[in-house]
Unconditional design. Structure first.
Length: 178
């Protein structure tokens, strides 16, 4: 059983561990091994400490905490980062430790973010995901529509990223089997 709650500045180290570990397990074979090997817990902790330390009324972060108090996943989102004229918000990141995947925790985290967006008057959302990521099926099961593909560079290797979008994020809150 996990609890979903708002992230706090003292969660930075736990979020960094989830961030690095989930990149290494999920993106092996998608991004270069050298890139994954060079990911740093300390750098990610500093990043999350900075992000969580900045007061922001329009960016939201939630963590999934297990019964032992360990952060096992997180989600973050806020205003769209590109100039997309259709979508109001963006799910920036969602990560779970591998051993907690497939238990509905990602859905719980996504729902919590969507609920917060709706409270803020936001009705549409997009996200970017590596094309080879098995989570693409998760986003499709939540009703995400494939919008377009762009390329990103990781240590000289071009990786396809897919945008998924929801014109009405209330669809994510409807009960579905994933």
């Amino acid at each position: 059983m996990v609890t979903i709650r708002e992230a706090r500045i003292e969660d930075a180290a736990g979020m960094a561990k989830v961030h690095v570990d989930s990149w290494r397990t999920t993106y092996a074979g998608i991004v270069p091994d050298t890139y994954l090997a060079n990911l740093s817990y300390a750098e990610r902790e500093n990043l999350w400490h900075d992000i969580l330390g900045r007061a922001s009324g329009n960016k939201y972060r939630f963590v999934a905490v297990n019964e032992e108090g360990q952060i096992v996943g997180f989600v973050s989102g806020g205003p769209k980062r590109n100039g997309d004229p259709v979508y109001q918000a963006e799910l920036y990141s969602i990560y779970l430790l591998q051993e907690y995947q497939g238990r509905g925790i990602g859905r719980q985290l996504t729902r919590r973010l969507v609920e917060r967006f709706l409270q803020a008057g936001i009705r549409s959302m997009l996200l970017w995901v590596f094309a080879g990521n098995p989570a693409c099926r998760f986003y499709e099961a939540l009703g995400g529509q494939r919008l377009r593909i762009e390329q990103a560079d990781f240590d000289g290797v071009t990786v396809d990223e897919v945008a998924y979008g929801w014109l009405d994020i209330r669809e994510i809150l409807r009960e579905k089997k994933i």
